[in-house]
Design a protein around this ligand. Structure first.
Ligand SMILES: NC(=O)c1ccc[n+]([C@@H]2O[C@H](COP(=O)([O-])OP(=O)(O)OC[C@H]3O[C@@H](n4cnc5c(N)ncnc54)[C@H](OP(=O)(O)O)[C@@H]3O)[C@@H](O)[C@H]2O)c1
Length: 405
């Protein structure tokens, strides 16, 4: 069945919904004094301005996160990993929308108090594996000392620090058969893949077996996890990636592979039987949606995780940026609709239940994260970021926080 993409409207609706929900859940900051835990200072990589890698400063006098919600925990970070979002955020990507969202939430939740605004200096880093060292009074799922993993929502300060805070519903116990480093590489790419395939595209155990899927960017961070998730659902996968990744991508479940670096990759794809699902992790720089739609069966789904919402708001401001985004979403949806195709934008959100599903798959050896052989220490985070930025990574790049153990 065809569905219209109401993502921009949903985003506004969800913002208001979550703000109102949080008022109901946390009476006020001041009624939970025991949750306002502060214990001095920590080391963190911070930026004072958006820009290049030169913006990073290692500070040893950053305040340890304050637990503002009774359902939040304070985590001692043991390991983290690098994602493209860390590089984009360093450059300013999403700044306007995240700030607006945060301000709205603060006004509704804290009566205009700006305590929770994501102000400079910013701490980047989304992924983490760590140990819970404090918890708010309403945390019921975890205990002090539990080892957990997760990807912080973009509205929180990040994990390139000795400590970070997260909601109990946003995290999960780490899989027990992998290292802290491997666990810290999993969350963001797994949440994104899972959300794109299951939540936004509606595929599951009941409706996927034998369906044909095309994965654009199959050997990347999100792509290699998505390949395995689709394989677990019984789909027949074609991977679009470099030829030097063919062996690896076949090993993790793809039946077929096409090299996007060869001149007429699109001719090769056009000759193949049509697909039921296209999962795009690369974005529309190298292809048109019209071309990709032509590869889909009627009733098929195209989902992309490279969406224009943050970029539009950064460039055109809130009202104009959101209007353009709504226009683009509507246009693509209607174009898809007229061709019998479901068009979707997908994005990750921190979700402990999804992380629990990922944990089960990892523990059953049905999902494996690929780690780059080059490991970096906390002190070298900017080097790790430029290593990824310069295209050297062959798998997820992890950061070891051994100096804090
Ligand atoms: N919406 C969300 O919530 C969300 C969440 C996570 C990520 N993202 C976005 O999704 C994108 C992918 O993230 P990632 O972590 O998977 O990044 P990544 O690890 O850098 O992977 C990107 C992959 O795309 C491949 N690629 C580049 N150009 C291609 C082309 N023309 N055709 C096919 N493949 C191509 C790259 O292959 P080579 O290295 O061989 O060139 C690489 O394997 C990023 O833009 C990121 O910002 C969005």
């Amino acid at each position: 069945m065809l569905k219209i993409n109401f993502f921009p409207l949903l985003f506004v609706k969800r913002t208001i919904y979550h703000a109102i929900k949080s008022i109901n859940e946390s009476p006020t900051l001041y009624s939970i004094p025991s949750a306002r835990i502060s214990s001095g200072q920590m080391q963190a990589w911070i930026i004072y301005y958006y820009g290049d890698n030169q913006q990073f400063t290692l500070s040893d006098s950053v305040q340890v996160p304050i637990i503002l919600s009774p359902k939040d925990v304070l985590i001692k970070v043991l390991s983290s990993s690098i994602n493209p979002i860390d590089i984009r955020r360093r450059e300013g990507y999403g700044g306007r929308l995240i700030d607006t969202y945060q301000s709205m939430k603060n006004i509704l939740q804290l009566g205009g108090n700006q305590l929770n605004k994501l102000q400079f200096p910013l701490i980047l880093g989304r992924d983490f594996c760590g140990e819970i060292i404090r918890k708010g009074p309403k945390v019921t799922k975890f205990n002090i000392g539990d080892k957990v993993y997760g990807a912080l929502n973009v509205t929180r300060q990040g994990s390139f620090a000795q400590y970070c805070s997260a909601g109990e519903d946003e995290i999960c116990l780490k899989p027990n058969n992998i290292s802290d480093e491997e666990a810290s590489a999993l969350p963001l790419v797994s949440l994104t893949s899972w959300c794109a395939i299951r939540k936004f595209s509606g595929f599951n155990e009941e409706n996927s077996f034998g369906k044909r899927a095309l994965l654009i960017g199959a050997s990347g961070g999100v792509g290699h996890i998505a390949t395995q998730l689709l394989k677990n659902l019984g789909m027949e996968i074609t991977a679009l990636c470099r030829s030097d990744s063919f062996d690896y991508i076949r090993q993790i479940g793809a039946e077929d592979a096409v090299n996007y670096r060869q001149k007429d990759w699109f001719v090769e794809l056009s000759r193949k039987p049509k697909y039921d699902f296209i999962f795009d992790t690369v974005g529309p720089r190298y292809y048109t949606f019209e071309f990709m739609s032509s590869l889909l069966n009627r009733g098929g789904t195209f989902v992309t995780i490279v969406t224009p919402i943050f970029r539009n708001v950064d460039k055109y401001g809130l009202i104009s940026g959101l209007s353009r985004t709504a226009y683009q979403a509507t246009k693509q949806t209607l174009t898809g609709w007229s061709n019998g195709i479901n068009y979707r934008w997908a994005y990750y959100s921190a979700d402990g239940n999804v992380l629990n599903e990922i944990k089960k798959l990892v523990e059953q050896n049905k999902l494996k994260i690929k780690i780059d052989s080059n490991k970096f220490s906390f002190e070298n985070i900017p080097d790790a970021i430029s290593y990824v930025e310069n295209g050297h990574a062959k798998g997820k790049v992890v950061i070891q926080y051994s100096s804090f153990r």
